[in-house]
Design a protein around this ligand. Structure first.
Ligand SMILES: [Fe+2]
Ligand SMILES: [Fe+2]
Length: 277
């Protein structure tokens, strides 16, 4: 496929005046032929506003893809449906599973999708649940569940299925979007809780492709340990990823590290960032 990718929701804004930031992520994929695809929806505070500011008519979106069930990727779905009418929504079957962030001091807060399945269906969501790698449009794929094969991607230690912090949430629903473009594979991440290198390995297994042109979105490296960061950087060098447009849960310190390690390839994918492929 070819087309354009635009970041609609992110923690930071770029130079486009009048756009707003929030802790969250959403990207619009506009193929040159075919309807736009919305990958994630932010937490719901900025999606419609930023889309309007960027002259993106979200009523033309053909389908919504949700990377995983956290509120900062799914919270905008309700307002999207209210404003733009019924949409097909591709996601993992455990999208609505309760999830919590539990801090070391025992404080906790819920990070589950803020609307119920019934509420969203009543507003016109038509859910297509799948755990599998699959094509969702010509040249556009969802990774499905990502096997955890590396020994260093131990993930975010603060995510749980219960507010007492007894059962860790490995976020099995986490999946990414894959674009097969003339410039190579473009990988768009939500939070990449599965681990960036696990995700790249899974892409290679499913497609036979190791030519990664760009990685865009949340890497979650900001919530992981130093060893994971160091070994991810080493693996990214081996992979020869050309463009690292990290943002969202990558965080400031990990973004600085990536910018230093990949001075030619790093860009911050803030609100308004676009990539033509
Ligand atoms: Fe996130
Ligand atoms: Fe997340």
């Amino acid at each position: 496929m070819n087309g354009r990718i635009t970041i609609l929701c992110e923690n930071s804004v770029g130079p486009l005046s009048g756009t707003l930031g929030e802790h969250g992520f959403a990207a619009l994929i506009e193929p040159s032929d075919g309807k736009p695809i919305l990958f994630d929806t932010g937490q719901g505070l900025t999606l419609l506003h930023n889309a309007r500011r960027m002259n993106k008519d979200l009523s033309t979106v053909g389908q919504v893809v949700l990377s995983h069930g956290h509120y900062d990727h799914t919270g905008g779905l309700k307002s999207l449906l209210e404003e733009c009418g019924p949409k097909r929504v591709s996601c993992h079957p455990s999208l609505f599973t309760p999830r919590y962030r539990v801090k070391d001091n025992g404080e906790w807060y819920p990070i589950t999708i803020p609307s119920s399945c019934e509420e969203l269906e009543a507003l016109g969501a038509f859910f297509e649940f799948s755990t599998e790698f699959r094509a969702i449009a010509p040249g556009i794929y969802m990774t499905g569940e990502v096997p955890r094969v590396t020994d260093f991607e131990t993930g975010d230690q603060g995510l749980y299925r219960d507010s007492d912090g007894r059962e860790r949430d490995m976020t099995p629903d986490d999946q990414s979007l894959l674009l097969d473009t003339e410039r190579g594979v473009v990988l768009i991440l939500g939070c990449c809780h599965a681990g960036l290198i696990n995700t790249l390995e899974h892409v290679a297994v499913m497609t036979g492709r190791r030519d990664i042109f760009a990685v865009i979105g949340g890497t979650h490296l900001g919530f992981c340990g130093l060893e994971q960061m160091n070994r991810t950087v080493a693996a990214l060098r081996d992979w020869g990823v050309k463009k690292m447009a990290a943002s969202h849960c990558t965080g400031f310190a990990a973004s600085l590290r990536l910018a230093r390690e990949f001075p030619k390839g790093f860009q911050a994918a803030m609100v308004g960032y676009t990539l033509e492929v």
